[in-house]
Design a binder for this molecule. Sequence first.
Ligand code: HEM
Length: 503
Amino acid sequence: MVSFAPIAATGVSAILLTYVVRYISYELSMRGKLPIAPKREASWWLGHDYLVAKNEVGVEYGRWTRMLGPVFRIRSALWQDDKVIISDHAAVKHIFDQAYTYIKSPAFQPIVVKVIGRGIVWAEGSEHKFQRTLVSPAFSISAVKKDGSPYGGVFNMCDYIPAATLDIIGTVGFGRDFGPESPEGKAILDAWHTDVTLFSSFAGFLAPIVIGVAPWITKLPIKALTEDSTAKKVIHQVGRKMLREAPNLDGTDMFSILVRESWQGKLRPDAERRLDDATLLDNILCFFMVGFETTSGTIQLILHDLAQHTEVQNKLRQEILAADSSDIGVIESLPYLDAITREGLRLHPSARDTHRIAIHDDVIPLKSPVTLSSGETVTSLPVKAGEGFIIPFLVLNTDPSVWGPDANAFIPERWLEGGSNPPADKLPHGPWGNVSNFADGPRHCIGWRLAVQEIKLITAAIVKNFELKDTGATVKKFISPTVQPFTDGKAAHLPLGIVPIYH
Ligand code: HEM
């Protein structure tokens, strides 16, 4: 009889040896010598990851950055490789600029497909270049509606602002009503509220990590894992119905523009590929999902800032009333509203961080030298294919060594002429306003113009017509899956006192 014991022993020894070799080479590598967050703060199985998720957005990354500098490691959950958190400006710019060398983590792709489909956010390499070129024309226009509530009292902003931003995306995206009264709008908003609660639970924290370690799990025939999100179903349904209708070749909404691109692509004899219906629908879905909750979270947190800073709110109201115009161009160019928008975005980025993985070896330049555990000081980081980085948006936006000791305070005046901001080349780099919120490089947020316009117009419309009052509730920010307000542990909850102003 064949004994399997020696075979098993050899197998186990080989695995152990591989681990030991990997461990030693990691410890000897420059990456293994980067400063590390205090090990006593890490859980034995959840690493530092859970501390990051459990506390308010940016708190732990910010604390460790002040303690260890702009490049450091944290322990990962489920014994995965350490994560390197990087907020050095030169390194961040390099990683964002080399978007086709530093790709998004493949581990997140199954979740991305489930929630927002195979659109531009999911695409990598040449597929991304193709989609980005074809969908870009859809962002040359914008149509924004105003919204408001006629009643006085305390209102949960999360019942109103997401509905307003969804309505706007519905108009800009499909040229049709996705307001809270429409069945589609209601279905998406209900699903969104459920998702925010789900994402903020422990299961919501652990699920993406487990899927990252064992991606095959998503192939199991479990309904919750295989079924598309409600929003995906609703938006695909509307889109498919519209695709069956005759295309509106004069429409200025994203859908019409993309349909036109798709038709023109078909007609162009030299076009290698046109935007097919599935990619078109997935992109519209993707604009909805990344467009409505990001902007609505930021707007709500800005309204909360204004409720807490009545002098800023009054000054803004005076500016809006003096302008006496509802013209988009006039509102957008108001200097104090602009400063408030920049300050609000700075303090409330919609994403906690973004992950990137190198697909080939590279060297990342550093603005500030890093001292390794060996005592050596380095001015660049060699990177091996497969190694990843995390870029923390709030740290970039609130680093006291850049923004000064009042970095965490809401002071719109810092953006005005003569304000306390350092010169632009000392601030984060991105498509708008020296804040990191919209990332940078070839994959920067394609919707930034629309987002800025929405923030300005909705904020202006509300402040013009309502006085915002702080209720004294403690509002915290958690990632779920984008940054949202939580009050007394309740997800998507932001109570504000609202008093109508009669002009
Ligand atoms: C305050 C509002 C917003 C913020 C802070 C924001 C932030 C971001 C960030 C950080 C990225 C890069 C993500 C990554 O690479 O990991 C991104 C990408 C993207 N955003 Fe936004 N976004 C906002 C609003 C919008 C809106 C309104 C739309 C569209 C309707 C939009 C559409 C997109 C798309 C399509 C991408 C993918 C671009 C690509 O990969 O080429 N975003 N956004």
